[in-house]
Design a protein around this ligand. Structure first.
Ligand SMILES: Nc1ncnc2c1ncn2[C@@H]1O[C@H](COP(=O)(O)OP(=O)(O)O)[C@@H](O)[C@H]1O
Ligand SMILES: [Mg+2]
Length: 388
């Protein structure tokens, strides 16, 4: 069918033509945003899920919801190795500046800008031109301890936002890459604004282990956030995700073809989009058949193997590849450390370093004590294909 009209856009973070099966989370975000604006207690949100399930797409969507509700929004992605302070300074500065325009919030926002000035110098953060603009604010965000200073800044933003009749939504993607002290400071800051009843909402997204990391950092994190799980789409949603965009273009897909995709992708969004996209380009139309769908399957797998999966395994060293190969050889996860060690013919305690670096690279995670699993859905299949 006409490739120019192909509605399926595979690609990380790109909005799918049909954002299926996420109504509940979106409604949660809508309610939280509305409550924040009205000065009511609103729980912050941390989206948890494996790679390719649609967390980034949801985060973008939620940012739109926040804006519509009247919140100022800041969205950042936590890169490996960059500190939280550095990540947030430009955003906090932008938000404070924009709040200082409102007459009712000007004094508070200017105080915030001065505090940010102190913060920037004590944490030695490079921000072009900032040094000369304003003086610091003694006693505010200048202790050099992020767990004290970040809350100061969040509180000041919250107060200014409240005075302006607005609010602030901070969105951070890939929060599993935050260091432990950074995550701690973030949680304390969110806790403080929440206790003070200020209109500040945090929305994070990350791999499933984040819930435990947060809980380890601060015991009250459990009650501070809701943790919606962003998983594979259920059957009905997966069907919608494929059929609706096709019908939108005046074409269709047969029931058995649709069922085939839903079954083999197990409802994983990244896989659905890839297959549907390749299928669209190769099918005759106007109604896509089962035979065409099965034929496009190989192309979809090849494309994932060369893209989505490959970029991930390419980040591992040879020794690390051996480790994940042993996991895949055991079937589908989760895998016990004891079984992995046995499969590799090694002592369990000798595997600690490899385990740690592969976790650090975001390739595997520990779903429960003594167990490991892949952070990428269907990854074990890929490894078995690739190394068989
Ligand atoms: N609800 C959904 N329905 C259909 N496709 C989706 C949905 N959510 C995400 N996708 C698609 O899945 C792919 C992965 O989404 P992304 O947000 O990058 O995942 P993550 O951030 O969890 O790794 C993208 O191609 C995206 O368009
Ligand atoms: Mg993402």
């Amino acid at each position: 069918m006409d490739p120019y009209r192909n509605p399926f856009a595979p690609g990380a973070g790109s909005r799918p033509p049909e954002l299926a099966g996420r109504d509940l989370v979106l409604e949660q975000a809508r309610i939280a945003s509305g409550r924040a604006i009205f000065g009511r207690h609103a729980r912050s949100i941390i989206l948890l899920g494996l790679r390719g399930t649609g967390k980034t797409v949801l985060l973008n969507e939620i940012e739109g919801i926040g804006r519509q509700a009247g919140l100022l929004t800041s969205k950042v992605e936590s890169p490996e190795g960059k500190g939280l302070a550095q990540l947030l300074v430009p955003e906090m500065r932008r938000v404070m500046r924009s709040l200082s325009v409102a007459e009712s919030a000007k004094d508070l926002a200017d105080r915030g800008l001065r505090a940010l000035r102190s913060f920037v110098s004590i944490f030695k953060i490079e921000v072009a031109g900032f040094e000369v603009e304003v003086d610091g604010e003694p006693g505010l965000a200048d202790s050099g301890d992020l767990q004290a200073d970040l809350p100061d800044l969040f509180l000041t933003i919250g107060q200014a936002a409240k005075a302006a009749g607005k609010g602030w939504m901070l969105l951070i993607d890939e929060i599993q890459y935050l260091s432990e002290p950074d995550l701690s400071a973030l949680i304390v800051a969110v806790h403080k604004v929440s206790q003070a009843g200020l209109p500040v909402l945090f929305v994070g997204a990350g791999l499933p282990q984040v819930a435990r990391l947060a809980g380890d950092a601060k015991s009250y994190a459990e009650r501070l956030f809701v943790y919606p799980e962003v998983g594979p789409l259920d059957r009905v949603s997966a069907e919608k995700a494929i059929r609706n965009p096709i019908r939108e273009e005046g074409a269709d897909i047969s029931d058995d073809a649709l069922a085939e995709i839903v079954t083999l992708t197990k409802g994983y969004p990244f896989f659905l989009q890839e297959w549907a996209s390749i299928l669209w380009d190769s099918a005759q139309g106007p109604t896509i058949t089962l035979a065409e769908t099965q034929k496009a399957y190989r192309g979809a797998i090849a494309s994932l193997d060369e893209g989505f999966f490959k970029v991930r395994i390419d980040r591992l060293t040879k020794a690390e590849v051996k480790f994940v190969q042993a996991m895949a050889a055991l079937g589908d996860g989760p895998y016990s450390m004891a079984d992995i060690a046995k499969e590799m013919g090694r002592q369990m305690n000798s595997l600690g370093p490899a385990r740690a670096t592969i976790i650090h690279k975001g390739m595997i995670y520990s779903p429960s004590f003594g167990y490991l699993d892949f952070t990428v859905p269907l990854f074990a299949d890929f490894i078995r294909r690739r190394f068989s």
